[in-house]
Design a binder for this molecule. Structure first.
Ligand code: ZN
Length: 309
């Protein structure tokens, strides 16, 4: 079995104001990196558009319809200070959700060993009924819920190494003991959540904040001391990665000093967890990463690690 790469050119049509970090060139950089010779054995599929029913696994229908109806025919509208919509944004958001759903379908049915979904907009800041931080729908959360509802999977772990805390994923699964949410992230930093004491109603939220200036040692320590033992106790039947690469040392939005190898290391550790408990099933979704070179190199290292599975 091979690693599956899911993407779609429509995700380039989610346009943002000039100077905005979450821009189409991010995806172009990832696409270009994954065109290299070493990635020729990847299986490749286009991300389908999710149905509204798919998205309603985690968001109320009136919220979804509100996002759809807010789509401008031309120009751009702001949903909040960070989050805007252009005419192509809604389709891009549907394909970002749909990519995660297809990845779950292909990995759970053993058509692919694991999968990486390179789409945008990202998802982990979107709360149940609030767009936030460049995100409209929580792609990873919906993928987790889809695995449960469509495929009968019981326990799902979402592991989020984006440098920002995934407040949306935490909020969606706060009172749900069937989904463990684990996160490393810089604190203090946007969105401000993710303290160690935030552990959910069933102690299935695992936050491992890092300090500005931390690097590989603290990041790997957070995984080895906090996150990996909790995952082994939880025994997930599917591991979903919220793969943001903005903890890279080159990233302009944060101050964590990781390099490509650190993301590969974390990926391999999570694949080990999946091998122990989940039949190796790993689905990874792109979240942030705003330095084009750091993002491209890190995504390549991440996918290379997945291909060793
Ligand atoms: Zn981020």
């Amino acid at each position: 079995m091979t690693t599956l790469l899911i993407t779609h050119p429509a995700c380039l049509d989610h346009l943002v104001p000039s100077g905005h970090p979450e821009r189409p060139d991010r995806l172009r950089a990832v696409d270009r990196a994954l065109e290299a010779e070493t990635f020729q054995t990847l299986a490749r599929e286009l991300a389908p558009m999710a149905s509204l029913e798919n998205i309603a696994l985690c968001h109320p229908m009136d919220y979804i319809v509100g996002i759809r109806d807010a789509s401008p025919k031309q120009g751009m509208i702001q949903l909040d200070g960070d989050t805007s919509m252009s005419p192509g944004s809604y389709e891009a958001a549907l394909r970002a959700v749909g990519g995660g759903i297809l990845a779950v379908d292909e990995v759970v049915s053993r058509k692919a060993a694991n999968a990486f979904v390179a789409t945008r907009p990202p998802g982990h800041h979107a709360e149940t009924a609030r767009p936030m931080g460049f995100c409209f729908f929580d792609n990873a959360a919906i993928a987790a819920r889809h695995a449960q509802r469509q495929h009968g999977i019981g326990r799902v772990a979402i592991v989020d190494f984006d440098v920002h805390h995934g407040n949306g994923s935490q909020e969606i699964f706060w009172a749900d003991k069937s989904v463990m949410y684990c996160s490393t992230h810089q604190m203090p930093l946007f969105p401000g959540t993710g303290a160690v004491g935030e552990s959910g109603d069933y102690n299935t939220i695992v936050n491992a904040p890092l300090r500005p200036g931390d690097g590989a040692e603290k990041f790997r320590g957070a995984f080895e001391d906090r996150i990996l033992p909790r995952l082994d106790e939880f025994k997930p039947e599917l591991v979903i990665i919220s793969a943001g690469f903005d903890a890279h040392r080159r990233d302009p939005l944060a101050n964590i000093n990781l390099v490509e190898d650190d993301f590969a290391w974390a990926t391999l550790k999570l694949m080990d967890v999946a091998d122990r408990h989940a039949g190796g099933r790993v689905v990874s979704l792109l979240e942030g990463g705003y330095d084009l070179q750091g993002l491209a190199n890190s995504a390549a290292a991440h996918v290379s690690a997945l291909m060793r599975g």
